[in-house]
Design a protein around this ligand. Structure first.
Ligand code: G6P
Length: 606
């Protein structure tokens, strides 16, 4: 994934930028670049491939500047060639970027006729020209950055330098992480504290919407509205390539907050952002002729598969059979005859999933795995691998791996629908656009953490909690209940809202919180009817929805407002509130959030 570095130093910074970029190599990249201010002018060197290529470039054409930015690029918009490598710049401003600028096409279309010349295929270059346009209109550097940020849609982390302004750098964070490092007479910027570990362990993490002005002797941070804000200075423990918690209390919180970034990274692997189409790898099978899809997994990964059943059946019109792996492996269903079997696993080592995969293989199925650990056994034994790019997931309860699995499965549904002629080019663009917007909407929910803390206090007093949902919200109800019981130890059940009357309604009284996941999709009214049945029996309804609370026509104990998104991407969006509810409840209960009792991250026994 893209890595960002920035240094305002006392001597030439190029060697230290390379050093820091090397520490970001673990994120994966396909080109690299660096820009410094040389006697007032912006100069850059870029190279395809590994950092050593950039280093040899710097040997023959050295840079001496004492202020500079560097980048390892993991291609999203445009091929991994030098022309698309960062930094992007014109004579006045140079930018490195991690994330996706969703509205770059609109920005480009508006800027080009005004004479701003684009030299790359990237979304990032639009930022350079937006800032320049602001400067052309008379803005100061600070104003230009602030105004430009308000014109960008998407998830991003940025480092920006200006010609003629040595010892000055701007940083901005919206969805993608960014750490400021405090040195002695030097300031640093990095995608994480690991990048900055050789220079400093005094770190300030920017929060979403923050932007900062860095000078050699200090920095100021501003929030989205431009108000000066203070962010804590923390001591980072990152002395080696260890994953740390950033400024979060638990890995689980960090992983929940990483979702906008890792979803962008994962989507970029399957989507051509320039054309807005799915660009799916060859699975070695003609997707147009696949008669059915079999899905199998365990735990949270199984719920990702369950969402995919709805997606694949609706958007590709292919029947899907799904079962939890521990059942499917002994059921040994007859497979074969041209189907594909898809196995979903974060670790890639889950014993039951692996056993089911081996059964499918023996039956002659095309075996495809969606796995986070690429070197895992499941990845190795599959005919084709569709990696999730969630990065290391440390918290035992899966969060970011789940939403990345959903992102890949969503692309699989589109790819199948497209191959079979069920999805038109226009429908594909709409679905892809909806996916591209997911990281931004997730950031919006993550920015409203307070409401979850308040509800968590009430949930922590409950003995039982019920989750309800219909359609793709049904697996989300299951996932919400699983998350809550895993880490808070409160008994929770997820139910299809329509099943309420067949049992769980007997449990409802004023002591049972009922969390209803009900985005405004075509099943919304049906779910609301079930919600009213709960309310009529005194149940405490907590509604998770983009609908206004008045729309449900009964008293709610709480309402978690979702952004309005396409019904296709609702499951990705709804995942965040159910994770945050579980997380904050566990924090109130004082449980071991990252390593809950009796649970293991990788279940290698059956
Ligand atoms: C364990 C973990 C869960 C995970 C499940 C499946 O139960 O605690 O978070 O969803 O295993 O693991 P996998 O690695 O196959 O996704």
């Amino acid at each position: 994934m893209c890595g960002i570095v920035g240094i305002i130093g006392e001597k030439g910074v190029a060697p230290d930028i390379i050093d820091a970029l090397r520490r970001l190599e673990y994120r994966g990249y396909d080109s690299a670049g660096i820009a410094t201010i040389e006697n007032g002018h912006l100069e850059r060197r870029r190279a395809e491939g590994k950092l050593r290529n950039l280093e040899s470039r710097l040997l023959s054409e050295p840079l001496q500047g004492r202020t500079g930015i560097g980048h390892t690029r993991w291609a999203t918009h445009g091929r991994p060639i030098e022309r698309n490598a960062h930094p992007h710049m014109n004579g006045r401003v140079s930018v490195v970027h991690n994330g996706i600028i969703e509205n770059f096409r609109e920005l480009k279309a508006a800027l080009e006729p005004k004479g701003y010349v684009f030299e790359s295929d990237t979304d990032t270059e639009a930022i350079v020209h937006v800032i320049t346009e602001e400067l052309d209109q008379g803005a100061t550097l600070e104003q230009a950055v602030k105004n430009a940020l308000s014109r960008l849609h998407g998830a991003f982390a940025l480092a920006i330098i200006f010609a003629g302004h040595d010892e000055l750098m701007f940083a901005a964070r919206q969805g993608s992480p960014l750490a400021i490092g405090h040195g002695t007479g030097e300031m640093y910027l990095g995608s994480d504290a690991i990048a900055l570990a050789p220079f400093t362990n005094a770190i300030t993490y920017l929060e979403d919407g923050d932007w900062a002005v860095l000078r050699r002797d200090g920095m100021q941070i501003y929030d989205r509205a431009g108000a000066r804000v203070e962010r804590p200075l923390v001591k980072s423990g990152a002395s080696s390539l260890l994953v740390d918690k950033g400024n979060h209390r638990h890995f689980m919180a960090k992983e929940i907050y990483e979702q906008p970034e890792v979803i962008s990274d994962t989507l970029a692997n399957y989507i051509d952002m320039t054309t807005g189409t799915v660009n799916f790898p060859d699975l070695g099978i003609d997707l147009a002729k696949v008669p059915w899809v079999t899905l199998s997994a365990c735990g949270t990964a199984y719920y990702a598969g369950l969402v995919a059943k709805y997606w694949i059946e609706r958007y590709a019109c292919v029947p899907v059979e799904i079962d939890i792996a521990s059942e499917m492996r002994y059921r040994e269903p007859p497979l074969g005859s041209g189907g594909i079997s898809v196995f979903v696993s974060q670790s890639g080592e889950t014993a039951d999933t692996l056993a089911t995969l081996r059964h499918a293989k023996a039956e002659g199925e095309r075996v495809v795995s969606i796995v986070n650990v690429r070197t895992s056994t499941i990845a190795r034994e599959s005919d084709a691998l569709l990696p999730t790019l969630a990065g290391p997931e440390i918290g035992v309860a899966s969060t970011k791996a789940f939403t990345c699995q959903l992102a890949v499965l969503a692309c699989l549904a589109i790819a199948l629908g497209k191959a079979r002629g069920v999805i038109t080019a226009e429908a594909e663009r709409d679905l892809v656009q909806a996916l591209i917007e997911v990281p931004r909407h997730m950031s919006t929910i993550l920015g409203n953490e307070k409401q979850f803390k308040a509800i968590a206090h009430d949930l922590s007093k409950a003995r039982d909690v019920l989750y309800l949902g219909r359609g793709t919200s049904y697996p989300l109800a299951l996932e919400g209940a699983l998350k809550l019981k895993e880490i808070s130890y409160i008994h929770a059940e997820g139910y299809a809202a329509g099943e309420l009357k067949h049992g769980p309604i007997a449990l409802i009284d004023e002591n049972v919180p009922v969390i209803v996941v009900a985005p405004q999709d075509d099943l919304f009214d049906k779910t609301v009817s079930n919600l009213q049945e709960v309310a009529a029996r005194g149940g405490q309804v907590i509604l998770v929805s983009d609908a206004a609370p008045e729309k449900v026509g009964c008293k709610l104990a709480a309402h978690i407002a979702l952004p309005v998104v396409s019904s296709f991407t609702n499951p990705l969006i709804c995942a965040v509130p159910v994770q945050l509810l579980a997380y904050h409840t566990a924090v109130v209960m004082g449980t071991d959030v990252d390593q809950p009792r009796n649970l293991a991250k990788s279940v290698t026994v059956e």
